[in-house]
Write a protein that binds this ligand. Structure first.
Ligand SMILES: Cc1ncc(C[n+]2csc(CCOP(=O)(O)OP(=O)(O)O)c2C)c(N)n1
Ligand SMILES: [Mg+2]
Length: 451
């Protein structure tokens, strides 16, 4: 679990680009002043509103994916410019040298664990499929790292890095994939459906896309009834965000000003459907406007941007100011799961995003840009991660499979009354009327950015 963070101003003393230190903080609503046109209807023009979504990326890819051909020659093609050079990492406004190195380590562990899982699958040791977060490690690890000890995490299947940061061991995750008797679900479930609501404040992923958002809003509401404002971080994909439950849950969180932090992982694909064929808005963060909450766009392959945006969203949550929607733009670098070779992905797109690999870029940032790690220190760090991971993998492989004949302790699938007590976590429940006076968009800082 990430230690409590302090702002570390010393790390952000130099600007890497012109905008490198623009604040991520949600802007207060300012009534717009549309230009007056002669002869225009005054009342109509004064009701015209314009919205602004902060975009902290240092590049803005300009291409789209479209379908071309028919039958056997049907394929996806790209229109636009793929020639841009890789942008720099944006300096964090909060992360210290040590914290950046910690995130680098988590990302490496995330990547290496998934490589190990792929090999275990190919050796026939995995029960079921394997799902990868390749290319999304910066988003998973840096966002989870922004959580405080009392905050909550609701990861999706690709957020295994977030699970590591929150304190699950690679050993347990690999045991889970192999359905071992000593895995978190004792072999009753493969892949990702496990959490830990007692010690790590982690809700298990839910396969039905978008459903976790309401659960995490409920976590915030429950904590508030017990007198505490917590941040609850969860994720939804570019595909999953189109579900009705996403709208309902986020709207509920907005109205109740719950500390939900929703990262929309726009990884350009939902199964084999490109994002360009899934929605018409330019950026998914724009949807925040419709909920009356702040929306922010970050480069999901830049750990510093992800951390800063999540950190500020958590701070808002702790102040009781309500949810934030963060769109993290990146690319799913493998198929939907191990069974999917992703041959539908144009090779040039893979090339483009390979050059934006979150781990390689962050490593370059630490070693060559900031000089926070020497080449030798970095090599040692990678060796340590590899050594630990090999030990974890060997232990997971050596774990026993469950034995249905002899294992009587873990047979139950359903809870029964004496199974476990669910008690308030933060204090006794006190119901008091919510303050409604400041809920109107005109009065709150939390509502959509308005220029
Ligand atoms: C409500 C619901 N509808 C459909 C599915 C089947 N399904 C599983 S993953 C997936 C694609 C998800 O795409 P996206 O949300 O972009 O996430 P990604 O896989 O790219 O991380 C679909 C349609 C589901 N699990 N739940
Ligand atoms: Mg997707």
């Amino acid at each position: 679990m990430a230690p409590k963070k302090r702002p570390a101003t010393s790390t952000s003393s130099k600007k890497s680009t012109k905008n490198a230190h623009a604040t991520f903080t949600a802007r207060r609503i300012v009534p717009s002043k549309p230009a007056r046109k002669s002869g225009s209807d005054d009342s109509a023009s004064s009701s015209l509103r314009r919205y602004n979504i902060p975009d902290y990326r240092l590049e803005h890819p300009k291409f789209r994916i479209f379908m071309s051909g028919e039958g056997a020659s049907l394929e996806y093609r790209i229109q636009g410019d793929l020639s841009a050079t890789t942008p720099p990492i944006r300096d964090s406004r909060y992360l210290s040298r040590g914290q950046c190195i910690a995130i680098h380590r988590w990302m490496l562990q995330n990547r290496r664990m998934e490589v190990a899982l792929e090999n275990l699958y190919k050796q026939g040791k995995v029960v079921g499929g394997v799902y990868f977060g390749h290319g999304q490690e910066g988003c998973s690890c840096a966002s989870a790292y922004a959580l405080g000890c009392d905050d909550w995490l609701g990861p999706m299947i690709r957020n295994q890095g977030a699970m590591l940061v929150r304190g699950f061991s690679a050993r347990d995750i690999m045991r889970q994939y192999m359905a071992k008797a000593d895995s978190p679900t004792w072999g009753r479930d493969a892949s990702s459906h496990f959490g830990d609501w007692q010690r790590r404040n982690v809700c298990a992923p839910i396969s039905m896309l978008g459903e976790l958002i309401g659960v995490m809003a409920g976590v915030c509401l429950g904590a508030r009834l017990q007198g505490k404002n917590v941040a609850a971080l969860t994720y939804v994909g570019d595909g999953g965000q189109s579900t009705g439950v996403t709208y309902e849950s986020l709207n509920f969180a907005a109205v109740q000003k719950l500390g939900l932090v929703l990262i929309v992982e726009n990884n350009l694909w939902g199964y084999s459907t490109p994002a360009d064929m899934q929605f018409c808005v330019k950026d998914l963060a724009e949807r925040a406007i419709a909920y009356g909450i702040p929306g922010v766009i970050v480069d999901g392959t830049d750990a510093c941007q992800v951390y800063d945006a999540t950190h500020e969203a958590c701070e808002r949550a702790h102040r009781g100011e309500g949810p934030t929607l963060i769109e993290a733009k990146m690319m799913r670098m493998k198929g939907h799961a191990i069974h999917d070779a992703a041959q539908y992905v144009p090779a040039k797109l893979l090339e483009y995003w390979s050059a934006r690999d979150p781990i390689a870029r962050f490593e370059n940032y630490l070693v060559n840009v900031k000089h926070w790690l020497t080449v030798e220190e970095n090599r040692k760090l990678i060796e340590d991660v590899d050594r630990e991971l090999e030990a974890d993998r060997d232990a997971a492989v050596a774990s026993p499979m469950p034995d249905p004949e002899t294992d009587k302790t873990h047979q139950g699938v359903y809870c029964h009354p004496s199974c476990h007590d669910i008690k308030p976590k933060y204090g006794s429940v006190v119901a008091k009327p919510r303050e409604t006076g400041s809920a109107r968009p005109q009065a709150v800082e939390a509502a959509a950015h308005l220029k």
